[in-house]
Design a protein around this ligand. Structure first.
Ligand code: SIN
Length: 495
């Protein structure tokens, strides 16, 4: 395999945007994007709602977006980061439009802006209810046009190689089709690996969201912060099949849908005067409380009072998926539950997306930038990924370290073995995380779960030793991430 100048791990909005910027400014550099499945298998493609940005400068201001972000994050955001992201939003959105993202527009041609929880103004750009999918499609098409971007699919990153001077020189990767482990040298390595919702039993995240970047960075000695602030989205379709629950976008509540309990009563106003449009932490906590006191399994989204034609044209995916599950949004209540959705903490990075290890950058959901505080504001995540992909790219372009290719790559002690099912272990881990997450502030209980996770890890290591296959790598990463979530809850001072 040819040695690249830049390796980007992850092919979502963060990874590809970063690659495009570097590729355009330095056509002689090779940028290798590696991804463990197909290029399109990312969390980005499931983002329904959209991207928050102040585009309507008559009625909205960056100052309002900044205040909303900080209020959603319970005042625990880093204000300089919030300002930086919000103030760079419009330029990044214009770039996406230039690339060809067809954001919805009003009949007058203006960008159509949706409303979501915690926003004091409509400011969510969207493409119907499949915004992430469209963005992913457009960015991938752009990447394909650049000969110096190489997309390597079915390549699973296993571990980073960091030398004694704390310089990151590359990564060990497994070609999952050839079943070969190789070392890729990089002058700069960017983690854009997304989130880790799969460590929980109920999640909106796709099966690839196993926290690989956080786990690799942690093993390599990077700082991981505030993983305990894991956001639960209030409205995942109860009973959706498979490991990934289908999301009913917050934009549906922004459009006017109600949340009701099993008695048909709107209950969120009892918890917050903004009702269904309170921030996600509040709405999810209200639902959990409602389920605890009622003993019911789910609450319901009620769209029956809304204009069905208009709703169907704005949210075609949601309407048709509900239909597939047997719910007619015009007549039926849609059963929903909160589900693990977004990792607000992660690999600590500075304003340039740099970690504490030289040559190692991280962008997007795998990071902790300080933007989200304890609870991310709706639709700020794609925005953060966009802004930080640009800033990291600019920093790499001007500060590329020229670490020598290591003369001898240290022996990698793991080797490929024939895959086995590890579902038994991941299932146990996910159940524990669901149970422990709701009592994170009880440190005795949390310590007990950490102990259980440690024992599970010992069992896995005893069974497989230095063997390695894709599902086992993911399991090992999930074990690390689960433990870090619980350890951060105990060890890191409250934000
Ligand atoms: C949603 O559409 O509700 C999810 C978007 C986000 O996570 O910000």
């Amino acid at each position: 395999m040819q040695h690249p100048n830049i390796i980007i791990i992850g092919s979502g909005i963060a990874g590809i945007s970063c690659a495009l910027r570097i590729a355009d400014k330095h056509p002689d550099w090779i940028i290798q994007i590696i991804t463990k499945k197909t290029a399109r298998t990312t969390n980005t493609r499931y983002a329904q709602g959209g991207i928050a940005a102040v585009m309507d400068t008559l009625n909205d201001t960056p100052e309002k977006h900044i205040l909303d972000t900080i209020e959603s994050g319970k005042g625990k955001c880093d204000e300089k980061v919030v300002r930086y992201v919000v103030e760079n939003a419009a330029s990044r959105i214009h770039e996406l439009i230039q690339y060809g993202v067809p954001f919805d527009r009003n009949p007058s041609g203006e960008l159509a802006l949706g409303l979501e929880g915690g926003h004091s103004n409509p400011r969510i750009l969207h493409v119907k209810d499949y915004t992430g999918l469209e963005i992913e499609k457009v960015l991938l098409a752009q990447a394909r046009k650049r000969p110096n971007i190489k997309m390597l699919t079915y390549i699973q990153a296993i571990d980073l190689y960091v030398n004694e001077k704390k310089q990151c020189l590359g990564a060990y990767v497994l070609d999952t089709r050839k079943k070969e482990i190789t070392f890729l040298h990089a002058e700069a390595l960017v983690l854009a690996t997304g989130g880790s919702g799969q460590v929980f039993d109920v999640t909106t995240n796709p099966t690839v969201a196993t926290g690989d970047g956080v786990a690799m960075a942690h093993r390599a000695g990077a700082e991981i912060m505030y993983m305990q602030y894991f956001q639960f989205h209030p409205t995942a379709l109860y009973k959706s099949k498979g490991r990934q629950k289908f999301l009913i976008s917050e934009a549906v509540r922004g459009y006017g849908a109600h949340l009701v309990n099993s008695q048909g009563k709107r209950f969120v106003f009892e918890y917050d005067k903004r009702g269904e449009l309170a921030t996600r932490d509040i709405v999810s906590a209200a639902i959990f409380h409602e389920l605890d006191i009622s003993g019911m399994d789910c609450v319901y989204i009620d769209c029956r009072h809304l204009d069905y034609q208009d709703l169907s044209s704005k949210f075609p995916e949601i309407v048709s998926t509900c239909h597939r599950y047997g719910y007619d949004i015009k007549k039926d209540l849609i059963p929903v539950v909160p589900a693990a959705h977004y990792q607000c903490g992660g690999i600590a990075v500075d304003l340039n997306g740099q970690t504490c290890l030289q040559g190692l950058y991280a962008i997007g959901e795998c990071t902790y930038t300080g933007l989200h505080g304890t609870n991310r504001l709706a639709s700020n995540s794609l925005l953060e990924a966009l802004v930080y992909s640009a800033t990291a790219a600019e920093h790499i372009l001007t500060h590329i370290p020229s670490f020598p290719h290591p003369s001898s790559v240290p022996h990698f002690s793991y080797s490929y073995i024939k895959p086995h099912s590890v579902v038994r272990y991941s299932r146990i881990l996910r159940k524990w995380m669901m149970q422990s997450f709701r009592s994170l502030n009880n440190s005795a209980k949390t310590k007990e779960y950490i102990q259980r996770i440690n024992e599970l890890e010992i069992e896995v290591n005893a069974k497989y030793g230095n063997g390695l296959f894709p599902a086992l790598t993911e399991l090992r990463n999930m074990i690390v991430v689960a433990r870090v979530i619980l350890e951060n809850a105990i060890n890191q001072p409250e934000l």
